[in-house]
Design a protein around this ligand. Structure first.
Ligand SMILES: NC(=O)c1ccc[n+]([C@@H]2O[C@H](COP(=O)([O-])OP(=O)(O)OC[C@H]3O[C@@H](n4cnc5c(N)ncnc54)[C@H](OP(=O)(O)O)[C@@H]3O)[C@@H](O)[C@H]2O)c1
Length: 336
């Protein structure tokens, strides 16, 4: 079941206490009068003009990097479409984002979708297309790592679906709206972990051999291969697609990990960067004029860098594309 939540929210006190899922902060309300200019000035980011007034969908925007990216692009004057799976967490984050960015309530909307369900992704795309025919920026950000192997209701391994396959499907279903908004941008939040990944075509759903980081690395490699293949297919359309590593960021990521990984995460937690810092490369790719023409590349700390040799393998990217089409039930003729 899918809902669009877009209720009015009127912060009417200067230091309004906002329920927060992960910041716990008392946010200071910025008035939304002349908001776009004011927010651009406050953002201090050069991408403000490009993204101002444009529609930007961000998956996994109730927490961590996605929430921080939502605040940043809302501050630049973008209309943010949050995609979250939980109504209460999503609405609480929406209020935080409105207050922290100074955006108007109607400029931050919430759509609900469980990205572990392909039907839910189809419903999300249909609901968006009913309302909006243009999408200027899509940030495929939601993701997780799971200590134990879990299976979705479609019978697929959950990490593969949430991190990669749902975004593959969502992007394909929204491509008409993205193309008609060109120049437009698709951003895939991958990870440096992709370098340790390998696409196990003979055991894609990890039925024979499951490991949490193994599944995670494979899904993150799949995102970079997807970026590579989609950029090739969209060449010359005015739609760019890039992927990135956000850094090692203190978020809710890893909360489902177990054993050595969980211990390792606890040990490195003091050295992790903030969600705001972790969102910088996503926001840069979503808004900067510097990357208006750049496509098919991988970024770290707002700089183009090399992704793994496997992620640049044309044949593997095409093979994964075809396997993914079959898994989500899209005909080749409908893909770009
Ligand atoms: N943190 C890091 O150090 C790091 C490093 C490299 C890459 N990344 C990547 O950065 C991205 C953002 O992660 P984060 O660090 O910000 O972690 P986070 O705080 O846990 O945020 C992840 C977001 O994904 C959402 N999500 C998870 N499963 C979902 C589902 N089935 N349907 C819809 N949404 C779902 C979460 O929603 P709920 O709150 O409802 O679970 C949450 O909003 C991920 O792709 C992650 O792999 C993170």
């Amino acid at each position: 079941m899918q809902y669009i939540v877009n209720g009015p929210f009127h912060p009417d006190k200067e230091n309004q206490k906002i329920p927060s899922s992960d910041s716990g902060a008392t946010a200071r309300f910025m008035p939304s009068v002349g908001c776009s200019r004011l927010r651009e000035a406050k953002s201090g980011l050069s991408g403000a003009n490009w993204i101002s007034g444009k529609t930007c969908m961000i998956t996994g925007s109730n927490s961590g990097i996605g929430k921080a990216a939502s605040v940043a692009v809302a501050r630049m004057g973008a209309t943010v479409v949050m995609v979250c799976r939980d109504a209460a967490k999503g609405e609480s984050a929406r209020r935080d984002i409105i207050v922290t960015s100074g955006a108007k309530s109607e400029d931050v909307t919430l759509m609900l979708a469980d990205l572990s369900s392909l039907d839910s992704v189809r419903q999300l795309a249909a609901d968006f297309l009913k309302k909006d025919q243009k999408l200027h920026v899509l940030i495929n950000n939601a993701g997780l790592v799971l200590g134990d192997r879990r299976v979705t209701k479609d019978g697929l391994e959950t990490t593969f679906v949430v991190n990669y396959l749902s975004h593959f499907l969502l992007t394909n279903l929204l491509l008409g709206a993205i193309r008609s908004a060109a120049p437009s941008r698709i951003i895939n939040v991958s990870s440096e972990a992709h370098t340790a990944g390998h696409i196990e075509f003979e055991d894609l759903q990890a039925q024979k051999n499951y490991g949490g980081m193994r599944a995670y690395s494979q899904s993150k490699l799949a995102q970079v291969l997807f970026t590579h293949e989609l950029a090739r297919r969209l060449a010359g359309t005015g739609v760019t697609v890039n992927s990135l590593h956000p850094g090692v960021v203190a978020t809710n990521w890893g909360r489902h990990s177990v054993g050595a990984m969980s211990v390792g995460l606890r040990l490195i937690s003091p050295f992790m960067t903030s969600p705001e810092k972790g969102a910088e490369t996503s926001v840069y790719l979503a808004s900067s004029p510097d990357v208006a023409e750049v496509t098919g590349k991988y970024f770290d700390k707002k700089k183009e860098t090399s992704s793994s040799p496997e992620s640049n393998d044309d044949a593997e990217a095409l093979r994964l594309w075809k396997v993914s089409l079959a898994l989500v039930g899209l005909p080749d003729s409908q893909s770009p």
